[in-house]
Design a binder for this molecule. Sequence first.
Ligand code: C5J
Length: 223
Amino acid sequence: MTVTIDAQPGPFTFEPSKTALIVIDMQRDFIEPGGFGESLGNDVSLLAEIVPTVAALIDHARRSGWLVVHTRESHAADLSDCPPAKRLRGAPNARIGDDGPMGRILIRGEPGNAIVDALEPAAGEIVIDKPGKGAFYATHLGSELAERQITHLVFAGVTTEVCVQTSMREANDRGYDCLLIEDATASYFPAFRQATLDMVRSQGGIVGWTAPLSALTQSRAQA
Ligand code: C5J
């Protein structure tokens, strides 16, 4: 059974049993005040707006029998997986590992590092802690997908031009067909989100396809 949806730059066809939804970094640290995103001077409300759409996408994936994967950008408490080049970059109000209102910034297990309550992973879903921007770098994501013979990946999450785009490019180079759900991804910079959507689907889909959530929910399976 395959599903074909209206996408750009053309139709995107996939087999649900070989498809995974990859929800990137829908964490309190990026979406709620007091976390990493706000420490960098960003308006986090722009990211909170997509939570209901991401919830509807996760619901669609669960009902369609896809593998569901959630990622969290996170570091070990001793910062052994956080290169100084990352920790010392820029002039944030608080750096990775510093104390904040939701615990230590971007540290695994701290309250701020959790996925937002509305998108809590269900039992049996895969949660990947990633120290980098890409979901494949220094993680077991590749082996989890290979074990389940996954060939197609549907992406959502934040931020579009940083962790979502990096992960999608890593996946594209590894041979996956990738679809980005346009209204289930957000950036602190709306122009960067738009530019990323345009980039991904340019040149015949150089990184992959894009489509709104409605294209998925209105799709029909073919025998
Ligand atoms: C950032 C992310 N923007 N999840 N992380 O630093 O996109």
